[in-house]
Design a protein. Structure first.
Length: 358
């Protein structure tokens, strides 16, 4: 990809998603002419290297987005709520990783493999102008799920999706990784770790069936935690299938990075055979299939640092002709966050990346 004149900002540049953005800008040779890195006051003055150039981290202040075309946000809901509208006011497209705007009517919840037709078209060297807007990046567990479901929805129609997740600690940011490492060290030294600041229980050598807070309001969402509700609602919005039934159960496990999901997908029309459904998945954009014939399957460590959504262990549920089971794994910091954001930008500009990982 030739160098171009796209001026970008990354808010949350010192976090795990923000740092992944910077790695991807390099790896994909994203054609930026200007890069502004933002984090909290505490990180002001830190230096980061991107594309062989040194950039200094600054804090957010009025006017800080002036002249930028794209601003990637990865600093949490509160910062996005306050600052993403300011980026749009300054004439930029704000690609937001937080949950602040995802379900807002009129806000695109973007996954290029699923709904690129909704994205505005931008030209390198031209300001977004009237196309300046917030585009939301979905929740990490939702993104990998919809990339795997999209080809099945198109070919067979979707009736019911049941998903259970196995989510890594990096999904809770830098603090999540540190908490697992510290507690693991304590446990290995023979001590019993106590609850830390990030997870609701000690995470070392254990699984926690709660991600986010529980709904206890007696509504249809009662008993679910917020991560599960995100998956259920966002999947319907992205696939533009408001009536598809989606049921999610999310679990935090003590892996460092990448999320895995076991998925039961009930199709509207039966698939003829395993080979047929594997062929549909193998051809799908963004999916890498481990077929039955490969006698192998992807793992979370394998998916870490790579771009695709890996699908394996596809097999029919013997209890129901139209239900198939599969294992879906992807890097939550890449496709689940920064990579999806950069792909949204590339799609808007009609760009192809210089390189993809695996
Ligand atoms: N981790 C994932 O897998 C994942 C996936 C999808 C979406 N997301 C979303 O992405 C966002 C970032 O997540 P993360 O995992 O990267 O978290 P993280 O590692 O905790 O990083 C948070 C970032 O926000 C910055 N920040 C904090 N206060 C700020 C302020 N007042 N002004 C500007 N920046 C500020 C931090 O800067 P300092 O270092 O200076 O504190 C840091 O750069 C969250 O909205 C999260 O929900 C995360």
């Amino acid at each position: 990809m030739a160098k171009g004149d796209i001026r970008i900002g990354v808010v949350g540049a010192t976090g795990v998603v923000g740092e992944t953005f910077q790695i991807l800008l390099d790896q994909r040779a994203f054609p930026f002419s200007e890069l502004r890195l933002f984090a909290s006051e505490a990180s002001r003055g830190l230096k980061r290297n991107v594309d062989g150039r040194e950039f200094e981290v600054t804090s957010l202040k009025d006017g800080c987005f002036d002249g930028l075309d794209i601003v990637f946000f990865s600093s949490g809901d509160d910062i996005s709520k306050e600052w993403a509208p300011k980026a749009v006011k300054a004439g930029a497209v704000a690609i937001d990783n937080s949950g602040a705007f995802r379900m807002d009517e009129g806000v695109i919840l973007g996954v290029p493999e699923c709904n690129a037709d909704l994205f505005p078209k931008l030209k390198i060297g031209e300001r977004p102008g009237a196309r300046a807007q917030i585009i939301a990046n979905p929740n990490c567990s939702t993104i990998q799920l919809v990339v795997a479901l999209k080809p099945l929805a198109d070919r067979y129609g979707l009736d019911f999706v049941r998903v259970s997740s196995y989510q890594s600690v990096s999904g809770a940011g830098k603090a999540g990784i540190e908490e697992l490492l510290e507690q693991t060290k304590l446990a290995v030294e023979g001590e019993i770790p106590t609850k830390g600041a990030t997870f609701p229980k000690p995470i070392a050598f254990d699984a926690i069936p709660q991600i986010g807070s529980f709904v206890t309001d007696g509504s249809a969402d009662d008993g679910f935690c917020s991560e599960e509700i995100k998956i259920m609602k966002e999947t319907r919005k992205i696939l533009r299938l408001p009536d598809v039934r989606v049921s999610a159960f999310t679990v935090r496990i003590p892996t460092l990075n990448s999320h895995a999901e076991t998925v039961w997908v009930t199709l509207k029309k039966p698939a003829a055979s395993l080979l047929e459904i594997e062929a549909v998945l193998a051809e799908a954009e963004g999916v890498e299939l481990f077929s039955r014939a490969s006698r192998d399957y992807p793992t979370q460590a394998f998916a870490s640092g790579a771009d695709p959504v890996y699908v394996g262990r596809v097999h029919k549920d013997p209890n129901d002709e139209t239900t198939w089971m599969m294992w879906v794994v992807s890097d939550n910091l890449r496709k689940g966050a920064a990579l999806n954001g950069i792909q949204i930008a590339e799609t808007m500009y009609g760009l192809k990346p210089a390189a993809e990982v695996r």
